[in-house]
Write a protein that binds this ligand. Structure first.
Ligand code: ARG
Length: 460
């Protein structure tokens, strides 16, 4: 008695393992609202094309809203033969409003244009949410940078102490990457917002369905111009996965910094208890699991992206069932990055910084470049000043003292251009303040970065 929606030409039934292998309802049910939305819009196009009359359209719309409510309230009862969200919703619709009307909904439509439409509707919604999470994270980062502008810490290259910078500058360096992610996410939107509906299976529909009406009803930016491409195209999924992969790489690199800085050896930051965990054996441990998971999830997201690209490669024109493999990677990736962005926001919002330890970690040799710059201002070519400053570092090393402890005689033995004011160089705050060109760590440039960042976050 039970039969598949497409069961007409079949006499045998589906192997149970094949049904399990083939079904997507267990995961695509999360698109139920998008499916209902697409179908309601579609019923309006059917009305305009006189496939259904006003009463029938109203019945379809009413029935679909019941279906949506059932899903929302957890009352939708899945039947053994339900294959995906599209067949399940249509089956249930016909139970609610009767087959005579329910059976008309799929006129001129295929699951091929339906699923591509649902995916895009769903993803646009999720993109809005993810944009919100990203903006929240950025806001927290920018506020910290603005507030904690006094803290100075070693900037590292090769993980070796290099030059002093402001903590704010470091935080904003990561924010810059996320700001570009934000722009990129906004730029993806118009390419998600291309309507497949009306393309039917591959060859378009023969009912002159008004696709402009469908576009307007569903709020898409444009209409897919080629029915074969419209049902085949999953570039919007790939692009989103690629976007998320890059954003997670940024997340991972920031997490890595904070993991290092929260270690006992550095002690620049302390994670709040809310985002740390303990050890089952070592009572003293407080581990930065949140940050490690942010780093770890980046591999997972990249894997989903690479996996789906492999699934896509070699798929012939139009729809092939391989395309059903777009869903789990996309869903998993949207879930992972949504969680990651919110966790990162919490971690950053509740972190404690230790400016004293940051400053203590700054060593005077980090000002060797400033010594070279000092001589440049006295007319010595930089290449030569670099060499002289290097010899000062070597001399201090030989005398087992800090470079700032060299005597005036020792300085003048290195270059006659050194005078008493060389001692003024050994000031981290002054060093940072000298770097006041656009993009530098000086106070005024931090303020500028904060201002520019805020504009980009709001999109103005
Ligand atoms: N569940 C399918 C998917 O996710 C829907 C499209 C099925 N179309 C078909 N011709 N079998 O891709």
């Amino acid at each position: 008695t039970k039969r598949k929606l497409w069961g007409g030409r079949f006499t045998g039934s589906t192997d149970p393992l094949m049904h399990a292998f083939n079904q997507s309802l267990s995961y695509d049910k999360r698109m139920y609202a998008a499916d209902v939305k697409g179908s309601i819009a579609f019923s309006k196009a059917l009305l305009k094309a006189q496939i259904v009359d006003e009463r029938e359209q109203a019945e379809i719309e009413r029935g679909l809203k019941v279906v949506e409510t059932e899903w929302r309230d957890g009352k939708f009862i899945i039947q053994a033969d339900d294959e995906d969200i599209h067949t399940a919703n249509e089956r249930r619709l016909s139970e609610i409003i009767g087959k005579d009307i329910g059976g008309k909904l799929h006129t001129g439509r295929s699951r091929n244009d339906q699923v591509a439409t649902d995916m895009r509707i769903w993803l646009m919604d999720e993109t809005d949410k993810v944009e919100g999470y990203l903006k929240n994270l950025l806001q927290v980062m920018v506020s910290r940078a603005e507030k904690e502008v006094d803290a100075i810490l070693p900037g590292y290259t090769h993980l070796q102490r290099a030059q002093p910078v402001r903590w704010s500058h470091l935080v904003l360096s990561h924010a810059q990457a996320f700001l570009t992610d934000l722009s990129r996410l906004r730029e993806l939107r118009p390419r998600i917002s291309v309507l497949p509906l009306g393309s039917a299976a591959l060859a378009g529909n023969p009912y002159s369905l008004d696709r402009e009406l469908l576009r307007a009803e569903l709020g898409f930016a444009s209409i897919g111009e080629n029915s074969m491409h419209a049902v085949a195209d999953r570039d919007f999924v790939v692009e989103w996965l690629q976007w998320a992969s890059l954003c997670m790489i940024h997340m991972s690199r920031m997490a890595e910094d904070l993991i290092i800085y929260s270690s006992g050896e550095f002690g620049f930051v302390t994670l709040s208890d809310a985002y740390s965990t303990g050890s089952s054996i070592m009572p003293q441990k407080k581990n930065p699991d949140s940050l490690e998971l942010l780093r770890g999830k980046s591999g997972r997201v990249f894997g989903q992206m690479a996996g789906f690209m492999m699934s896509l490669k070699g798929v012939p024109s139009t729809y092939n069932k391989d395309l059903q493999e777009d869903k789990e990677p996309l869903f998993d990736c949207v879930d992972s990055i949504s969680a990651a962005l919110q966790i990162a926001e919490g971690v950053i919002a509740t972190l404690t910084i230790h400016p004293d330890k940051m400053l203590k970690a700054c060593t005077m040799d980090m000002l060797a470049t400033d010594i070279a710059d000092y001589l440049v201002r006295k007319g010595v070519p930089f290449r030569e000043t670099h060499h002289i400053s290097g010899r000062a570092v070597a001399l201090a090393e030989q005398k087992q003292c800090q470079i700032s402890d060299l005597s005036m005689d020792q300085w003048t033995s290195l270059s006659p251009k050194f005078t008493q004011d060389v001692m003024d160089v050994f000031n981290f705050e002054a060093s940072v303040e000298k770097r006041n060109a656009i993009g530098g760590p000086a106070r005024a440039m931090i303020a500028r970065q904060v201002q520019v960042a805020r504009k980009r976050i709001t999109g103005s």
